[in-house]
Structure formats: structure tokens, C-alpha cells
Design a protein. Structure first.
Length: 178
């Protein structure tokens, strides 16, 4: 039976390079069933305890959490806004954290980040690597791709040999954990 992979870019940009990168990574896996949601389909009010008391937890939070539960592994490519996660992604995390714990259901994770700049979203990736184990991220493997537009091609993938080899190594570790 094929393993189920949840893979998404943690951005609500319509042209998200992180969504593109997460989808690329997911399509490198063999014998898997992919779920590739768009965070724009999970837009919810900004989390607050008052809003939760008044209106309860949105159905979209339940739907997102169900995707996490159904997955055997999770791939997230983290966009970076001012050194941290995007508000769109953080808001989803905040809402699903109000459901049953842990957020990531002790699933193996392959965390990615990319950006047009030379650090490639490193700050948001480092934040996730540090905190996701507390939220039920298991066997976290990671890869950061700097200078997306120079180092990545939609048809060729990662174009720098050393980066491609590092990506494949981390992807292989993730696939072994599934």
C-alpha cells in the first residue's frame, strides 16, 4: 500500500516558490499518494481565544488537522516573512493546536525552505527545526535552497550538483522513516 504524503508550501502567495518546491520534493518520492493542498483554501480568521469562545474552531481547521492525521509523512516548504513563518501558516498552526495534540501527530517530516536570497529562508527553517519536535514532528529532516531562481528549474529541479546531492540525501532519510 502506498504511503500518504501531505506536502505544501507554507505561504498564501498565489505564485509561491515554496509551494513549487514542496511539490517538487513530493514528486521525487516513489510509490506514494500525494495530497498537495493550497493554504489559500484554509484561510481562517486570525486566531484569538475570544474568537474561539464566541464561534468555536473553524471547520477549515478540522479539515486541515484531518489531512495531517491521514498522512504517513509531511513535507513543508517554509516561506519566510521577517525571519519567521508566514502569518497564513502560523494562523493554521494556531487553530489546529486548539484541537487534539500534538499538532503534527508524531509524523516523519521533511522541512524545506527556499527564497530568492542567499540564505534561502534559513531563519524560518531553523525555527521549525527547533520547535516542531515539541509539536509532534518526528524524525525531522531538512534542506534549505538559497537563491531559488538561480538554483532551481521547474524542468530540471535543483541545478547545483552539491545542493542536489544534499537534497537527495535528506529526502532519502525522510523516505526511510515512512
Amino acid at each position: 500500500m502506498n504511503k500518504k504524503i501531505l506536502a505544501f508550501g507554507a505561504s498564501n502567495s498565489k505564485n509561491s516558490i515554496n509551494r513549487q518546491f514542496a511539490h517538487f520534493a513530493a514528486h521525487q518520492l516513489k510509490e506514494v499518494e500525494l495530497n498537495l493542498p493550497d493554504l489559500n483554501d484554509f484561510e481562517m480568521p486570525i486566531y484569538s481565544i475570544d474568537r474561539e469562545k464566541d464561534s468555536g474552531i473553524p471547520e477549515l481547521a478540522h479539515a486541515f488537522k484531518n489531512m495531517v492525521k491521514e498522512a504517513d509523512g509531511i513535507i513543508i516548504s517554509l516561506a519566510e516573512h521577517n525571519g519567521a513563518y508566514t502569518v497564513a501558516f502560523k494562523n493554521i498552526m494556531d487553530w489546529i493546536s486548539r484541537l487534539e495534540k500534538p499538532i503534527w501527530e508524531n509524523k516523519p517530516m521533511f522541512l524545506l525552505a527556499t527564497s530568492p536570497g542567499g540564505r534561502g529562508g534559513r531563519s524560518s527553517l531553523d525555527l521549525a527545526i527547533k520547535t516542531f519536535p515539541y509539536f509532534g514532528g518526528k524524525s525531522i529532516h531538512s534542506f534549505c535552497l538559497p537563491k531559488f531562481w538561480q538554483n532551481f528549474s521547474p524542468t530540471k529541479g535543483i541545478m547545483v550538483e552539491e545542493l542536489a546531492a544534499e537534497f537527495q540525501e535528506q529526502l532519502g532519510f525522510f523516505q526511510q522513516e515512512l
